[in-house]
Design a protein around this ligand. Structure first.
Ligand SMILES: O=c1ccn([C@@H]2O[C@H](COP(=O)(O)OP(=O)(O)O[C@H]3O[C@H](CO)[C@@H](O)[C@H](O)[C@H]3O)[C@@H](O)[C@H]2O)c(=O)[nH]1
Ligand SMILES: [Mn+2]
Length: 723
């Protein structure tokens, strides 16, 4: 029988251009390295060695990044053809895992919106279950979810009746006028729920008047005086299983706060997800689950069907482990000041990896096959897999006493002791980037993955709003990648043995990104060396009339123009690209070197491993400044000191360079250095602005400015002994 297409995969037309570019650019890189070697032989100096090291690292990183561009692909899905392939009653069950960890950094009302947007998926409700993992062990989050379950009884029929696209109520009421007949009533309901939740958050605990149900009292008794987020028994609750107001059944909603014990490593998000895998196996055991961060609400109710277009396609590899959707953000300012959209990581690199048949899991927005987390494709025999628990529309609870007892057992803090969880099963431990690490390990076992990037974003989340938050987030990722690079299962020794080499290179690229903070080496060298040389009237690059000068110009503009084109091709605009490249420099001078230092301290046992959750709370004042595209300094942070020192050194050097050109006419020999310094100064503009011109709360703290000027002056005067 003819079965229509569920998806197609189209190679990007840019791949030919990319391949030619790679070839030409690599020849020019070799020429540059030859030039460096000659310099080293005929006029050796510490400057030549530093420049060689910087360019070697840049060339190496460039080479590692090339596999991303050799065969990018674009996939399309045809959910309209699904009914011809499979009946709705035969859809596989879907469990959704939502992680939250801190009610103060991740406001429960946001979690509620994410939960509601997912409960309202266009998917048979008896096949859909939502599990929320609360690592904060917060009564308030539990209360918020119970409120969400009540509101869902009205919200889900409303979305169905009017075919609403924005199924996060906060977004819906923010974007739409109340023109539909029931809209006003639903909005009032939503606002009063929000007020109740906000009141509970302010108090921190529930008061007796908020507890309206006997069942809750039993559960709330678990919060004894010794209960802390890091040490408490497991708490599990299924929300009340009534039908919605139109007598449709509701999807399951289950709250899980795993048992925690101070003496036991709980492995952060990876540990939370593994608990959910086990708890859900006991309750619903759907063959596919979707992982979401608590801020990543569903922006498209059909996303589940898009995922099915891949999973149910008989032509697709049976080793397919997961479908990844890009992480997109709803609150990024017009210029994307902090490059937080991560267009390369979230869109263009995955497309490139998809063309090589495997993409990375991005931590949120991925539909995974349960089977893939349980072992190798060859080892997992489908006939011995526990069957999906079928459950029909019903009013009674799916969690009977036996099941509940077992679920508590598997959510216990000692359950994983002496098991393969985190080692060979489930989300892998040992790295703070559990997403990269786990997908790497799965792909070494032979599992594959695909990238699905529909026109309307499937998920939208929060992006960090302050520079400190973004630098700390990058530092965490960098430490996680470093942990991966230094482990037995690293992409070089392990990856090259078990993976296609181009693939292993993609992972290696990400690992080297962090490995000894590779990017930091050339960035720091180029942020200081040409500048200090210029301050001391020393010329370190070829003169304008020298043909090697053209080579430098070609390499610089060639790399930047190609990067800009890639960025625009992924949907970006010039100003966002500019800020993106600036952030690359900022990270290279701050987060990356700090990550190395922290990793060394952790390896020596001098500091503890921590997953600092990124704050999703939006302060009004800060939000206004963010909308104006201002950098947010405000707090005192060592991460700001290094970039400020670099900015001051660049400015001093720029002034000195101009003086030399004007007074001594040394333009020809200093031109290359002046270009670099000028580039540094233009990029540092927000730092000068924050140090001198701004008076708002987000300006650079005076103490950081003074320290930066002091350190910069010391470096500049010490440099005279070198040049
Ligand atoms: O002990 C923990 C710590 C965090 N989380 C959850 O993990 C998610 C991600 O945390 P967040 O602070 O938002 O980190 P980000 O750096 O924004 O997250 C990115 O990077 C992570 C890997 O470092 C991925 O897991 C995420 O999916 C990806 O969005 C959130 O839902 C947290 O609630 C837990 O459940 N338990
Ligand atoms: Mn996040």
């Amino acid at each position: 029988m003819f079965k229509p297409h569920l998806n197609t995969c189209i190679p990007s037309p840019t791949r030919w251009f990319n391949r030619v570019y790679t070839l030409v650019y690599s020849i020019v890189i070799f020429a540059l390295l030859y030039h460096h070697c000659c310099n080293l032989i005929y006029s050796p100096s510490s400057t030549t060695i530093f420049l060689l090291v910087a360019d070697l690292v840049l060339a190496f990183m460039w080479a590692l990044s090339q596999p991303f561009f050799l065969n990018p692909v674009h996939r399309r899905v045809f959910p309209q053809n699904l009914p011809q392939v499979v009946k709705e009653s035969e859809y596989p069950g879907l469990d959704v895992f939502i992680c939250t960890a801190d009610p103060f950094k991740e406001p429960p009302i946001r979690v509620v919106n994410t939960v509601l947007s997912v409960l309202a998926y266009e998917y048979p409700t008896d096949k859909l279950s939502v599990y929320v993992s609360d690592d904060g062990g917060s009564q308030v989050t539990l209360f918020a979810l119970l409120e969400a379950a009540k509101f869902a009884k009205h919200w889900l029929p409303y979305c169905r009746k009017y075919d609403i696209l924005d199924r996060s109520p906060e977004v819906y009421f923010g974007n739409h006028q109340l023109l539909l007949p029931d809209a006003y009533e639903i909005k009032v309901m939503y606002e009063s729920m929000k007020a109740r939740i906000d009141k509970a958050v302010k108090k921190g605990i529930l008061s007796p008047d908020q507890i309206t149900n006997d069942g809750w009292i039993k559960i709330l008794n678990k919060w004894t005086s010794g209960f802390t987020p890091k040490d408490h028994p497991a708490v599990l609750l299924e929300s009340n299983k009534d039908s919605d107001i139109t007598c449709h059944s509701l999807p399951n909603l289950i709250y899980v706060s795993r048992e925690k014990n101070n003496a036991i490593n709980h492995h952060f998000k990876a540990g939370a997800l593994n608990t959910l895998i086990r708890v859900s196996a006991v309750i619903t055991n759907a063959p596919i689950f979707l992982v979401l961060d608590c801020d990543m609400y569903s922006n498209n109710p059909k996303t589940t069907l898009y995922a099915l277009c891949h999973f149910l396609d008989l032509n697709v590899d049976t080793n397919l482990a997961f479908i990844q959707f890009p992480q997109c953000f709803h609150d990024i300012n017009n210029n994307d000041t902090y490059g937080a959209e991560l267009l390369f990581d979230n869109r263009s690199n995955p497309r490139g990896m998809d063309g090589l048949l495997r993409v990375m899991f991005l931590g949120s927005g991925g539909f995974l096959k349960r089977q893939a987390l349980l072992g190798c494709p060859k080892l997992v025999d489908p006939s011995v897999m526990p069957k999906e628990k079928t459950h029909h529309p019903r009013k009674e609870s799916i969690v009977c006493d036996d099941v509940l007892q077992l679920a508590h057992h598997v959510a216990g803090s000692r359950f994983e002791e002496n098991t393969a969880w985190g080692l060979e099963m489930g989300f892998r431990y040992g790295s703070l980037v559990e997403d990269v690490n786990t997908s790497f390990r799965l792909q070494c076992q032979g599992w594959t993955s695909m990238f699905c990037d529909p026109e309307r974003a499937s998920f939208l989340g929060n992006s960090p709003k302050s520079l400190n938050d973004i630098l700390n987030q990058s530092k965490r990722w960098c430490i996680g990648l470093l942990e991966m690079a230094m482990s037995k299962h690293n992409p070089i020794t392990y990856g090259l043995t078990f993976m296609n080499p181009l693939h292993a290179l993609c992972y290696t690229y990400y690992n080297f990104w962090a490995f000894w903070a590779f990017w930091a080496i050339p960035i720091v060298i180029y942020a200081f060396l040409p500048q200090l040389a210029l301050l001391n009237s020393s010329s370190i690059f070829p003169k304008v009339s020298n043909p090697w000068f053209l080579l430098y110009i070609f390499l610089f503009f060639g790399a930047y123009t190609k990067n800009l084109l890639e960025f625009m091709f992924a949907g970006g605009v010039f100003i966002k690209w500019w800020n993106n490249q600036r952030m690359w420099l900022v990270l290279g001078c701050s987060s990356y070197p700090f990550a190395i230092a922290e990793w060394v301290l952790k390896s020596l046992g001098l500091s503890t491993r921590e997953f600092i959750v990124t704050s999703k709370v939006i302060d009004d004042d800060l939000s206004k400044r963010y909308k104006k595209c201002l950098f947010e300094f405000g707090v005192e942070s060592p991460l700001f000191l290094t970039i400020s020192v670099a900015a001051v050194v660049n400015l001093l050097s720029f002034v000195m360079g101009i003086i030399q050109v004007v007074r001594k006419g040394r333009f020809e020999e200093l031109c290359a250095q002046l270009l670099i310094v000028e580039f540094g100064v233009v990029n540092s503009w927000p730092i000068y602005d924050a140090m001198v011109l701004r008076s708002d709360k987000g300006k650079m703290p005076l103490i950081t400015t003074l320290k930066a000027i002091g350190v910069a002056l010391v470096i500049c005067s010490a440099s005279s002994s070198v040049f």
